[in-house]
Design a protein around this ligand. Structure first.
Ligand code: ATP
Length: 488
């Protein structure tokens, strides 16, 4: 199957089974915005939960995680989407967060200047924009990606605020609050999951490039002399997170940025990239960037917007000698009471996208094969081989027939699983083979069938989605057995 056909099948499955819909679908949709349906919302919650579990819930600050230079603390925050406008001036987003766009006067389409060579001409898709006789491309023009809105009754510049284009600034501006209010000591990390907004010029490739999306970001504050070791630690750990949640290493790369690609403040950056099916063979799309940001962010929020001059970061000057954009003037340095040293911590930032990760897990999980039905005839099957912890539904419970007490036993098992917090489905419609296929298509890892022997042996058949292995499990052990498999 070619890459585009595969992607079309994934998109089709997402709509048919309620993973993802176009936003405002009944009005024809709105470009760059997506809605998660009943199964998609569960899948994305599980992706977020897997990230939060790894970063915060299961983080053990009394021990040293494998490969880490030392023990550390991790805490979370949830900051507001609209922040003080000065935050974006000082961070550089107000002046620098833009793309160059090119318009076609003929067909009115708009392209990112750096994407023209990989885009299709809307008049003749086999050509790139600018290659058709009728194309009339403008020169590249700057376009700020931040969405503006108005807070309060003031109009004009005074009331203008921005929807955040990243969650990271919410952690930097709360660095002092977190240090003052909790017992964290450097090194430590502050993590956050939340919506970000970018007025992308050409949103495309399903949810990969959207205008409203969710980020999972963490800012890790450490001593400057240890920052390189922490950068390497987080870079490797974040890459491995995708592997342990089901992405195959053949489809995932960790790519170090070249010197030219590095942001002006960055000492080093690596991207975790996935071979999405909508890309050509050998191409990868970014899932997450892990950046060594030095003291750029904390210093900016202290002193004002920084620029690099002669390889040094200095406050950018505006009128006269005053900073172009003033920082908060608050002291964001850190005092280490053991070494008696005061310093501005360096920052390592793993910045991931919840929607891109969800899309990568869906693409990786999508498989088609053939399996024998009850009569031994081969049937085509679509199966989402999602990691059991990410699967929206963990177990489906089927009474083989709608009589002889089977529905009652099945309902009791369904309720036991539900009260143990395990997402499950009860299904008594259609032949058992069809019920299995319905669950395979949405990635349910375990199906439990209550049959004629259940009343005598008090066991049910547990079928594994991937190995298709079937084992008998005593009813009394089912909750433990499913929980054990989900923990594995
Ligand atoms: P790109 O180069 O693809 O535009 P970026 O380098 O600007 O991405 P970052 O600013 O590093 O992205 O954001 C961190 C993460 O947020 C990205 O790795 C990605 O997973 C997610 N992300 C960024 N922009 C979008 C978007 N428009 N739609 C969906 N996810 C996004």
């Amino acid at each position: 199957m070619n890459a585009n056909a595969r992607m079309e099948q994934i998109v089709g499955l997402c709509k048919r089974r309620g993973f993802l819909f176009q936003s405002s679908d009944i009005y024809g949709g709105i470009q760059g915005f997506w809605d998660y349906g009943p199964l998609g919302v569960e899948l994305k919650r599980n992706v977020r939960e897997a990230w939060w579990r790894d970063m915060i819930t299961l983080h053990d600050e009394l021990g040293i995680p494998a490969g880490a230079p030392q023990s550390f603390s991790m805490v979370g925050v949830e900051s507001s989407i609209i922040m003080h406008p000065q935050v974006w001036k000082v961070s550089g987003h107000y002046d620098l967060f833009h793309d160059f766009m090119v318009d076609c006067r003929e067909c009115k389409a708009r392209f990112r200047a750096d994407h023209v060579k990989s885009s299709e001409c809307p008049i003749k898709p086999s050509k790139h924009p600018g290659e058709h006789d009728k194309c009339q491309l403008t020169a590249p023009r700057e376009f700020n990606l931040m969405f503006k809105t108005i807070a309060g009754a003031l109009s004009g510049e005074e009331g203008t605020v921005f929807l955040r284009p990243e969650t990271a600034q919410g952690m930097f501006v709360n660095f002092k609050n977190v240090c003052d209010s909790s017992r964290v000591k450097v090194p430590f990390g502050i993590a956050q999951i939340g919506k970000s907004f970018r007025n992308e010029i050409t949103p495309r490739n399903f949810t990969f490039r959207s205008r409203e999306f969710e980020q999972m970001e963490m800012e890790f504050f450490c001593h400057p002399s240890e920052s390189r070791a922490w950068y390497e630690y987080w870079r490797d750990r974040r890459y491995n997170w995708y592997l342990t949640h089901g992405i195959k290493s053949d489809n995932l790369i960790l790519r170090d940025h070249t010197q030219e690609e590095l942001a002006h403040y960055s000492v080093g950056t690596a991207d975790v990239e996935y071979a999405f099916p909508f890309l050509d063979a050998g191409e990868y799309g970014e899932l997450e960037g892990i950046a060594h940001r030095g003291d750029f962010d904390l210093r900016s929020h202290m002193e004002g917007k920084l620029v690099r001059q002669n390889n040094e970061l200095v406050v950018e000057k505006g009128e006269g000698d005053a900073p172009k954009y003033r920082g908060s003037g608050k002291d964001l340095s850190y005092f280490d009471d053991q070494s008696r040293e005061r310093f501005i911590p360096h920052v390592i930032e793993p910045a991931a996208g919840a929607d891109r990760a969800t899309l990568a897990f869906l693409c990786e999980a999508f498989h088609e094969d053939e399996q024998p039905d009850e009569k031994g005839a081969m049937q085509k099957r679509t199966v989402l081989k999602l990691h059991p912890r990410l699967a929206p539904i963990k177990a489906a419970i089927f009474p083989l027939i709608k009589k002889e007490g089977m529905p009652e036993t099945a309902a009791a098992i369904y309720r036991d699983l539900k009260s143990a917090g395990i997402a499950c489905i009860y299904d008594q419609q259609a032949a058992i083979g069809r019920r299995y296929r319905r669950q395979d298509e949405i990635g349910t890892p375990y199906c439990l069938t209550i049959d004629g022997d259940t009343a005598t042996d008090q066991c049910v058949t547990l079928r594994d989605r991937d190995s298709l292995e079937q084992v008998r499990v005593p009813i009394k052990d089912i909750v433990d057995e499913i929980s054990r498999r989900l923990r594995a």
